[in-house]
Write a protein that binds this ligand. Structure first.
Ligand SMILES: NC(=O)c1ccc[n+]([C@@H]2O[C@H](COP(=O)([O-])OP(=O)(O)OC[C@H]3O[C@@H](n4cnc5c(N)ncnc54)[C@H](OP(=O)(O)O)[C@@H]3O)[C@@H](O)[C@H]2O)c1
Length: 273
């Protein structure tokens, strides 16, 4: 079954309300990250949600966060995990991801192994990665002997990463995709499909994601949008319609991946011009 994650790359001042409304809208899967700088606000929203709804069980929710490259490159992963748990006010977390590959992949391998040690202690339930090329996934897997359970990366109609999707599906790795609703309103083809099916362009994209077994990470600070994004997609695209969307790909990403590694940022700034 498709999982829809609520994304939280939100300004700290907007975060408590957004997460509380996401709970109210019915989200069960949540995506956080230490680099978003709002985990204390999220922790308060989580605590208040369970306090105000005592019949709800923590075990019925899935909370995921990510360790940022600065902590990875500074060999600070264990401290980062402890801070994530403290800020989120959680005794355990469902999933932790290596947020981005480091330019020195040995750092990524060490971070991944550290997260696996937390999993062995039962405090982190699942371990995955984000923004990794498949060669790097193989490296982490071979060095640790443990396959990542989930991979989060950008995927939308203008940036279709079938290399990552096919690899993940082949090895039973969950694909979580962000940026999924990016810029589809700019596509006359998607607009035409929406008119034909009498649905919104968002729903065309959601149907495309569902068809390909991709789990989107969707952000909103608008309660109506939160509910719309969680609603069941009722239409099914035909093979010809799926081919129309496939043709829109131009490998144009909205986010950069990984060059922010603190160790290499200065060097990158020197050479980029
Ligand atoms: N692993 C990574 O490196 C990484 C990178 C980027 C993002 N992420 C994760 O992915 C999440 C989503 O990021 P994103 O880049 O996909 O978000 P995004 O492109 O910023 O999308 C959110 C935007 O779409 C709008 N929106 C959402 N639902 C809508 C709807 N039904 N109708 C109209 N507009 C709608 C929102 O506006 P309203 O607030 O007005 O609804 C918001 O401005 C993040 O919060 C984060 O958790 C991860």
């Amino acid at each position: 079954m498709q999982k829809i994650y609520f994304g939280t790359m939100t300004k700290p001042d907007d975060t408590y309300k957004a997460v509380t409304e996401a709970f109210q809208a019915g989200y069960k899967y949540f995506d956080f990250a230490e680099v978003y700088g709002n985990q204390a606000e999220i922790g308060q929203a989580i605590t208040d949600w369970f306090k105000n709804n005592p019949t709800l069980k923590r075990a019925d929710y899935f909370f995921q966060s990510k360790v940022w490259v600065t902590d990875i490159d500074n060999n600070n992963v264990d401290q980062a995990v402890m801070k994530i748990l403290k800020d989120l006010q959680l005794e355990y977390i469902d999933s932790l991801l290596v947020h981005r590959p480091s330019m020195d992949l040995n750092n990524s391998i060490n971070a991944y192994k550290k997260l696996l040690a937390w999993k062995n202690k039962g405090i982190v339930k699942h371990v995955g990665i984000s923004n990794f090329e498949k060669e790097h996934i193989v490296l982490l897997w071979s060095e640790s002997g443990v396959k990542p359970e989930m991979h989060q990366f950008e995927m939308n109609i203008f940036n279709q990463r079938w290399d990552r999707v096919v690899f993940a599906q082949k090895y039973g790795i969950e694909s979580q995709v962000y940026g999924a609703l990016k810029r589809h309103e700019q596509s006359s083809e998607v607009e035409q499909l929406a008119k034909k099916h009498n649905v919104s362009t968002n729903q065309i994209v959601m149907s495309w994601l569902k068809h390909h077994h991709l789990n989107p990470v969707l952000k909103s600070t608008n309660f109506e949008h939160m509910k719309e994004n969680l609603a069941n997609v009722t239409i099914q695209l035909t093979d010809a319609e799926l081919a129309v969307i496939k043709n829109l790909n131009r490998y144009e990403n909205s986010y950069s991946e990984g060059i922010e590694s603190s160790k290499f940022r200065d060097f990158y700034n020197q050479i980029k011009n």
